[in-house]
Design a protein around this ligand. Structure first.
Ligand code: ATP
Ligand code: 3PG
Length: 413
């Protein structure tokens, strides 16, 4: 058993017919899944199992019923096959006769992907593990395999049948992605660091990250703020910022209404640990992201009529200094609209400082981690680049994940 209380692939017996839950949930365009790092990451677990001679049956979900991204996994099988370097057979069935026949026909080292688990009525909604274990979906598939592996860390906060049902009835193991993500993302709450622990807080989901700041309390020495949350904190400090260029998007006002009490509480309790931007960047001229970068000192902002798109250069440099002096750095959310090169300065300066520094580092959030590839940085320069969104947030705030708890219970049986 690992130190995290679950068994891993190191504990798996040889020659198993193994059911493996992945998270291949991807952006979908014109009905087709778009390639992303989830395929590369899970491919390593799948390849390891197939190379070891196991018969590999894969489960994954895509989208949510009723949404445009709720599509079949046939396209996912093609991308995954390319990444694994082996054939991945696909059957458009979740647990009926076609699925069962295909499972029974597998030879050692062969890989089969079943249809989108959310197309099976038993998968959703969330329910307790025993109820999910008693579903036809779980009972049927469990009878045709020897073991279950959960590699879907980024979906592990959902108490769905494919995540919590199987560990109730099968010997269960964490896949490589699950084990790595779990260790890195809980480090902020579980590990002792000798030196300064810094958290870079940005992005658009201010409510999420402010709750993280509140929950983390003393385990973080410095919070470096940017993005929407950064502007909300500046607003709390009396600066007229947080102007919605597109009022429909409503990035600021509703998140301000929802969070201003919490922001005050964080500032009262941990104000000394919170560092806010001293300058901000905006698009000169047109008033949208296409304009040239211009900067203004926060103290010189008199009116709320500009949409800020990045922290300023002085702020970025001072954040980089803090990072160079840190023992551990956790990133949640980008410091600006890095997708537009002129407004990537904050995010890229901070990521470069982390990459150059010998600190323990975790970068989380789907969008934020994309900046690493976009600006020529290497994932190898970070201890961990998470592929999880909601699960990363929950791990940072010390909340348990239903799928991880299910693995831990299974290991204890
Ligand atoms: N000042 C800003 N104004 C508008 N958008 C911003 C600003 N600063 C950052 N962003 C945007 O924030 C996005 C990333 O934030 P987000 O909160 O979505 O985090 P994430 O890293 O993608 O996490 P998740 O995986 O949970 O979505 C980027 O796409 C960036 O353009
Ligand atoms: O992409 C994700 O964050 C996970 O797959 C969870 O998806 P969900 O939010 O639709 O449950």
């Amino acid at each position: 058993m690992s130190t995290h209380g679950f068994d891993t692939l190191d504990d798996l017996a040889p020659d198993q017919r193994v059911l493996v839950r992945l998270d291949l949930n991807s952006p979908v365009e014109d009905g087709k899944p778009q390639d992303n790092r989830r395929f590369d990451r899970h491919a390593e677990t799948v390849r390891e199992l197939a190379d070891a001679g196991h018969r590999v049956v894969l489960l994954a979900h895509q989208g949510r019923p009723g949404r445009d991204d709720f599509v079949s996994l046939s396209g996912h099988a093609e991308i995954l096959a390319d990444r694994v370097g082996r054939d991945v057979e696909f059957v458009a069935d979740t647990h009926g006769d076609d699925a069962v026949d295909a499972i029974d026909a597998l030879e050692p080292g062969e890989i089969l992907l079943l249809e989108n688990t959310r197309m099976c009525d038993d998968e959703l909604p969330e329910a307790d593990p025993t109820t999910k274990a008693d579903s036809e979906f779980v009972r049927t598939l469990a009878a045709h395999v020897d073991a279950y592996v959960n590699d879907a860390y980024s979906a592990a906060h959902r108490s769905h049948a494919s995540l919590v049902g199987f560990p109730e009835v099968l010997p269960s193991y964490a896949g490589r992605v699950m084990a790595t993500e779990y260790a890195a993302n809980t480090a902020i709450a579980n590990r002792e660091f000798d030196g300064r622990v810094t958290m870079v807080v940005g992005g658009t989901k201010a409510t999420d990250v402010i709750e993280v700041m509140d929950a983390l309390g003393e385990s973080v020495d410095d919070f470096l703020l940017g993005g929407i949350a950064g502007e909300l904190f500046l607003r709390a400090a009396g600066h007229p910022v947080g102007f919605d260029l597109d009022p429909e998007a409503d990035r600021y006002d509703s998140q301000w209404e929802r969070n201003h009490d919490l922001i005050e509480r964080v500032l009262d309790g941990r104000g000394g640990a919170v560092t806010l931007a001293t300058d901000l960047a905006y698009a000169a001229g047109e008033g949208d992201c296409d304009g040239e970068r211009a900067e203004v000192a926060v103290d010189d902002i008199d009116e709320k009529d500009v949409s800020f798109l990045d922290i300023g250069t002085d702020t970025a440099e001072s954040y980089a200094d803090v990072i160079r002096d840190s023992e551990a750095v956790f990133v949640k959310g980008a410091l600006g609209v890095f997708e537009e090169e002129p407004f990537s300065v904050g995010t890229v300066t901070v990521l470069e400082a982390i990459a150059e520094t010998d600190c323990f580092s975790v970068v989380g959030g789907g969008d934020t981690s994309r900046a690493i590839g976009m600006y020529g940085l290497s994932e190898a320069d970070f201890d961990h680049v998470s592929i999880a969104g909601g699960a990363y947030i929950r791990a940072l705030t010390g909340q348990s994940l239903a799928g991880v708890e299910a693995l831990q219970r299974a290991a204890g049986r």
